[in-house]
Write a protein that binds this ligand. Sequence first.
Ligand SMILES: Nc1ncnc2c1ncn2[C@@H]1O[C@H](COP(=O)(O)OP(=O)(O)OP(=O)(O)O)[C@@H](O)[C@H]1O
Ligand SMILES: [Mg+2]
Length: 250
Amino acid sequence: MIEIENLSVKYGNNIALENINLKLEHPSLLVIMGPNGAGKTTLLKSLLGLVEYEGKIRIFGKKPEEARDMIGYMPQRDRVNTNIPLRVKDVVLMPLLSKYYFGIRLQDVKNAKKALKRVNMLHYWDKNFSALSGGEQQRVFLARVLAQNSKVLILDEPFSATDVATKMKMAKILHILKRDKTIIIVTHDVNPLVECTDKILLLRKRIIAYGTVPEVLREENMERLYGVRVPIIRRENVCYVVGGDVHLRH
Ligand SMILES: Nc1ncnc2c1ncn2[C@@H]1O[C@H](COP(=O)(O)OP(=O)(O)OP(=O)(O)O)[C@@H](O)[C@H]1O
Ligand SMILES: [Mg+2]
């Protein structure tokens, strides 16, 4: 279970997050949406203890810096140097390595292979990571998180650069995983996830809305979030967002 109380983050004089309060049950899947610069990545980094914050965060009762071992983190693609001279297997095995002082265990290799197979990338095991396409690299990054078998997954724009089939495949994997994990996903494209999302958070420095998909995905909320009209299509109990990205004006 994740609890956030009165969370605020500043970078110098720039307020990135203001008075965030939320509770998330375990297991569940939370989607965070908001315009560029809304503080989405900052919120994830607060949960990981990677930024200084005011307020209280508890992850299964622990502070972020003590909960790090429970969390698998997939950073936002444009913040990662993908020119690293590593092979695919190294990228996936790296977080497993750091857990032990005596090197790789056979079980780690098995977990890494299983995770790559799940995202259809096992045949690239020995390939140079930097030679892969953007979407292929995203799949390897997802496999890297899956191989850690963490209780909590934090994924920052996992679908970026992926084609529609890969998005659907990733969403299916996440749907299965959320049976016994808490998954937090920042995305500009909620549509592949609407059927497995338990809660949505609309964020624009402050919380614009927080609740279930039918409660939150409403045109008036989207307009408050993005400052423009974003049509929503409702079909039975599912909603889909029609529209692209908007940049937050300061
Ligand atoms: N390390 C940093 N130093 C100073 N300012 C920062 C830093 N990281 C983020 N910011 C600022 O904080 C605000 C929120 O940034 P953040 O990266 O959390 O936004 P985001 O919602 O993830 O946006 P995007 O959709 O573009 O990824 C922005 O105004 C950004 O310029
Ligand atoms: Mg971001």
